[in-house]
Write a protein that binds this ligand. Structure first.
Ligand code: G3H
Ligand code: 13P
Ligand code: ZN
Length: 315
């Protein structure tokens, strides 16, 4: 099928109690690593582009690289379904630009706005997106962590209210909703034991049956990569993520999209650091970027097969 919206993907995931991985893409090696893993695992996948990614790579390159990945998967004899998604769009204009340039899904993140303003902005994006065959993810509640270089402390995060979630979905017509139940962006998610408000998730699912929910800030921060970074000259003590068990549990209760970015950063950085320290004679970027790409592929395949449950869901 190639480039698709997430509508069918989420319907199947919801019914099958598994989730689709939404991975952030910033360059060729990341796109190749993710798509190779998804092709091998015969899994649908979401590739998401943030404003930062657009600034870094120029979205024309990212769009063409995603098209190339689809073409490559076709030539390998397994053309998987891929959603090209805008991550954390903060304005109607940005969403419109992505819709006009061929994205199949956009996120309008009005979570920092008062409820009524979030509703109005989301509604405006939904109207434009639906008229162009594109789906919309919205957000309600406030995650802790780092976003656009702004740090929200754990104590200042705000869990999504189930009452507001029902009202918000009704008023906006959005296709999926990102909720705040204790996850956060970045590699430092928990000071103590990792925990999520699964009780809030269950209540939202009960009140919005069949409606796809999204978990942002869902990297597991594998300790293997944290140790490797620190061993080879890095300095990221105490980095900690959402456990894989918690993610599996969330996927049982209506979470159809699980966002992962930090784990990609960690996998790449750990392996590049190792390469530099162990092979100081290396100066060909293909050597260390090749290692980084392999690490992204292995990490994504593990997520698909052992955590998300989307392996072999292409039929
Ligand atoms: O939610 C944020 C994502 O990790 C994207 O991060 O804005 O640094 O590209 P970025
Ligand atoms: P992580 O920082 O946990 O990888 O979250 C990524 C994310 O939510 C992108 O929107
Ligand atoms: Zn996010």
């Amino acid at each position: 099928m190639g480039l698709v919206t997430s509508t069918e993907m989420f319907k199947k995931a919801y019914e099958g109690h598994y989730a689709i991985g939404a991975f952030n893409v910033n360059n060729m090696e990341i796109i190749q690593g993710i798509v190779e893993a998804a092709v091998e695992a015969n899994s649908p996948v979401i590739l998401q582009v943030s404003s930062g990614a657009r600034k870094y790579a120029n979205q024309i390159y990212l769009k063409k690289l995603v098209e190339a990945a689809i073409e490559d998967s076709k030539q390998r004899g397994n053309e998987i379904d891929i959603v090209l998604h805008l991550d954390h769009g903060d304005s109607f204009e940005l969403c419109k630009d992505c819709i006009d340039s061929g994205f199949t899904s956009v996120m309008i993140d009005g979570s920092k706005l008062p409820f009524e303003e979030n509703v109005a902005l989301t509604r405006k994006v939904v109207e434009y997106a639906h008229a162009h065959g594109v789906v919309v993810e919205a957000e309600l509640g406030k995650l802790a962590g780092v976003e656009d270089d702004v740090k929200v402390e754990e104590k200042d995060a705000m869990y999504t209210s189930p009452d507001e979630a029902v009202e918000f979905v009704k008023l906006t017509g959005c296709d999926s909703l990102a909720i705040a139940i204790g996850t956060s962006h970045g590699a430092y998610k928990f000071k103590g034991e990792p925990k999520l408000r699964i009780d809030i998730l269950k209540e939202i699912t009960d009140r919005l049956p069949g409606f796809p929910l999204v978990l942002h800030g869902a990297s597991s921060v594998p300790q293997e990569f944290v140790s490797m970074c620190n061993e080879y000259g890095g300095n990221i003590p105490g980095a900690r993520g959402v456990t894989e068990e918690l993610l599996r549990e969330a996927a049982k209760y209506g979470v159809c999209k699980i966002n992962i970015d930090s784990d990609i950063r960690l996998a790449m950085t750990a392996n590049i650091r190792k390469c530099f320290v162990e092979s100081p004679e290396v100066f060909d970027p293909r050597t260390y970027l090749g290692e980084a790409r392999r690490a992204v592929k292995d990490m994504v395949k593990h997520k698909i097969v052992d955590v998300l449950g989307s392996e072999n869901k292409m039929q």
